[in-house]
Write a new protein. Sequence first.
Length: 281
Amino acid sequence: MGTHQEGDVPVRCRVRMGKDGTSECGRAVYRDEEVCICHSRDLKKDEVAFYNMWHAVLASTDLIDLSRFVFPDHIELDRTKFGRHTLFVGAMFVGEASFRNATFQAGSDFSEAEFRKDACFADAAFSNQPMRFISARFRGGADFGGARFGLGTANFEDARFSGAANFQSAVFDTADFSKARFESDSYLSHARFLGSADFASTTFLSAADFTGTYFERQVRFVGDGNNLVFASTATTSFLSSYFQAPQQVSFHHVFLGRAFLRGVDVRQVDFTDVEWAARSS
């Protein structure tokens, strides 16, 4: 692994990292690139050197900062315990990424991360700290089935799910899916929202399944402009869902012409500017 020289001063990777994105990476640049091996987008970069580098970060006693790292192959971190605040901000996962049964004990941030293939967080535990997937991009399937989001906000604001999104039986405290975009089927059946759930300006382009989902506090499904939240060409199911505080539930400017609400007590739910009739094809 070579290091450029400017006089007697080694050139260092200047990719922004850290919690606030203001610190520079500082690692030696990789070969003829302007970034280090961790941030290199060369999919054929030295596997052993890169593996050793990012595993050393995992073993550090300080902040686990893998911001903007480029993982050229699949990674498997099943059952890994992340004991310190963990940053994958802007990371790129070219292959499949598996965090099944992983435990994030001190908060995690995957904002702006890109998952080019399937991402698995099934049965993962996010313990009593905010976690962020703000503006994350899931190009393949995203599996959060059975995941447990502890106290704090599970923030998926502006996340985009190109493949199927599975949140079946997941448990949330506060959840923010505002401006998120689900381009394939989404499964939130039997999920539990123990705090507020925000679906303002969310877009479901395919079937959305909330069958048997439990909402304990405030819930908002709010459209804007031409976005009526739910697709007119796919079904939306709230069969046997339960609203613990129906007076705090609102459906504003949404399409419910293909929605199933059988078995749901909606007498105190606020329906405003709702399109009920199915659109003709």
